[in-house]
Design a protein around this ligand. Structure first.
Ligand code: NA7
Length: 545
């Protein structure tokens, strides 16, 4: 590969810097991709929209933001040195600690010198003449490279619904992913939160501790379960360090790369009393065990699912004092686990506070946002602060919001009008030399994400190294491989209950977005096997030139 050089693809323009590879994003994926390629001697530049590293953990600074994965299962696993040096303070680390960790990694590996910050990529165009990509930032800066790797995250394109009057509110207002960098004081403030997903559940619980009055606008009640977080003791710390290899090995073989994995038994292999005891125990344990460590058929069989759904409903009734309010907070329109299960730390008890109001939008929908607040079909609510916890154009949004043009000038967002098409979730036919780490129909979208990121990045890095070693300039997914992958992804998810819910997994949270399961529903071990098999067969399904 070429060393750093400055060239120009057009003699009338200022010289455009050339790289072997350009990475978009300096979150968990972008940082690791930069490290891996640089280690192999490639000349790489990463472009990052934020002013610092961290991606999701840079942007989502709202109070209460924290891991739902066990901290020690979330860290990078590739470097024993990094593992030895870092001590997580809590079993589920809060956002500031995670951001600190990612800065620690970036500094230890000296990554920041190859990252351009405050540089949002607006467009990327493939040149068929020389098999290179040219990217352009919002401020008009350009760069070219043989390989373009998007590491733009799953939940990085914030979505604010198009509610009439949306921009007229004169108080303070943000989407949770655009939280201010300075602390926000909620004392004596009237605060409105729209949304009741995983983000809102964390945020509401924290804001309720100090707020003047909090009003929550809920469209869909969720099945929230306890996170059961606590500090890591000194003894646990030593033990976690000693066991880190085992922890990562456990994640490697579990469906979602968590330390939890489905119980091979059916919910009906045990009698009612034993099932109840198992649910009780899982409800008291930390993390996603209640969802992802439960009977395997809760995600495939409606009757099995009903047993767990009813258990959670009962817990809600036990925790919320006012029965009418409890009923509003009780999900009845989707199966347990088919929408992302929010993990909570006292969420339901918030509604026992006199200064918290729940507005059920199924009964009284929002009509508009006004200068002073929110008007529903029943009444107007006035706020000092209005927060949109309304989610993201997940998985595809960050890519389709850019002008990515492949062969023949085809725009990616046009190609994906009827839903994303990819090969392994890592490449797209018609877009040679473009790798989409954590792309659509990739196991990474339903995963303890750093575990899948490491798999994705390792695969992409090996592939690029293979191309270099064989003096190949171009790799392109074939359309037939893409079609087969699409069919496989559909088959895998069709045996589950996921397609029945209006979730972001299904693209169903964005009006007009094609309804389709956006992740790979076969789990990480199966996904890894598929990717490894493709590589072992000389990158079968790809055209190499
Ligand atoms: P989610 O899970 O997509 O939640 C968004 C919330 O916003 C959800 O309660 C939505 O209700 C609500 N929403 C969206 N549009 C509207 C409108 N128009 N009116 C009222 N309410 C609305 O996003 P999160 O940020 O909470 O979580 C995303 C992921 O981040 C999460 O899965 C974790 O992986 C971390 P709905 O349920 O659609 O009725």
């Amino acid at each position: 590969m070429t060393a750093t050089q400055t060239g120009s693809s057009n003699p009338h323009r200022t010289p455009v810097p050339e790289f072997d590879a350009i990475i978009i994003g300096a979150g968990i994926a972008g940082l690791y991709q930069l490290h891996r390629l640089r280690k192999l001697g490639f000349n790489v530049r990463a472009f990052e929209a934020g002013s610092g590293v961290g991606g999701t953990w840079y942007w989502n600074r709202y109070p209460g933001a924290r891991f739902d994965s066990e901290s020690y299962s979330y860290a990078y696993s590739f470097s024993q040195e990094l593992l030895d040096e870092w001590n997580w303070k809590e079993h589920f680390a809060p956002q500031p600690e995670t951001l600190e960790y990612l800065n620690f990694v970036a500094d230890r590996l000296d990554l920041k010198r190859d990252i351009e910050f405050n540089a949002r990529i607006e467009a990327a165009t493939f040149s068929e003449a020389d098999n290179r990509w040219e990217v352009v930032t919002e401020s008009g800066e350009r760069a070219v490279a043989q390989f373009l790797i998007t590491a733009v995250g799953v939940l990085s394109a914030p979505y604010i619904p198009d509610i009439p009057g949306r921009d007229t509110f004169t108080g303070a207002s943000w989407h949770t992913a655009h939280w201010p960098h300075e602390p926000v004081d909620f004392r004596d403030k009237r605060v409105g939160v729209i949304g009741s997903g995983a983000t809102a559940v964390q945020l509401i619980t924290e804001v309720a501790k100090s707020v003047g009055h909090l009003t929550v606008f809920q469209r869909t009640a969720n099945y929230c379960i306890p996170l059961n977080n606590r500090e890591i003791t000194a003894d646990e710390q030593a033990n976690l360090h000693a066991r880190s290899g085992d922890i990562f090995e456990q994640c490697r073989h579990s469906f979602g790369a968590f330390i939890h994995d489905f119980d091979p038994r059916s919910a009906f292999d045990v009698d009612d009393a034993e099932r109840e005891a198992i649910y009780e125990q899982l409800y008291r344990e930390p993390g996603f065990g209640f969802w992802l460590g439960n009977f395997h058929d809760i995600m495939t069989d409606e009757k099995a699912n009903a047993t767990i759904a009813e258990f959670v409903r009962r817990k809600i009734r036990e925790r919320v004092r006012d029965p009418e309010l409890a009923e509003k907070l009780t999900p009845r329109d989707h199966h347990f686990g088919t929408k992302r299960v929010p993990l909570e730390s006292g969420y339901y008890e918030v509604y026992n506070q006199p200064n918290v109001t729940l507005v059920d939008l199924k009964e009284t929908p929002i009509e508009c946002i006004t200068e002073t607040g929110v008007r529903t079909s029943k009444q107007e609510y006035e706020f000092d602060v209005l927060i949109f916890a309304t989610g993201f154009d997940a998985v595809t949004g960050a890519l389709t919001r850019m002008d990515i043009r492949g062969e023949g000038g085809q725009l990616l967002r046009d190609k994906w009008r009827d839903g994303p098409l990819t090969y392994l979730g890592l490449q797209i036919a018609g877009f040679p030399n473009l790798f989409t780490v954590v792309g659509a129909h990739n196991a990474a979208n339903f995963c303890n994400i750093p575990r899948c990121i490491e798999q994705n990045v390792d695969w992409v890095t090996d592939c690029i190294a293979h191309l270099r070693d064989h003096k190949l300039r171009r790799i392109a997914a074939t359309e037939s491989a893409e079609r087969e992958w699409q069919q496989h992804c559909e088959e895998v998810v069709s045996g589950t209950l996921f397609p029945t819910a209006n979730s972001w997994f299904m693209g169903a949270n964005i009006p007009g977005k094609k309804r389709m399961f956006l992740a790979y529903g076969g789990g990480l071990p199966r996904y890894r096997e598929k990717c490894d098999d493709v590589a072992a067969r000389g990158y079968a399904g790809f055209a190499l030139e």
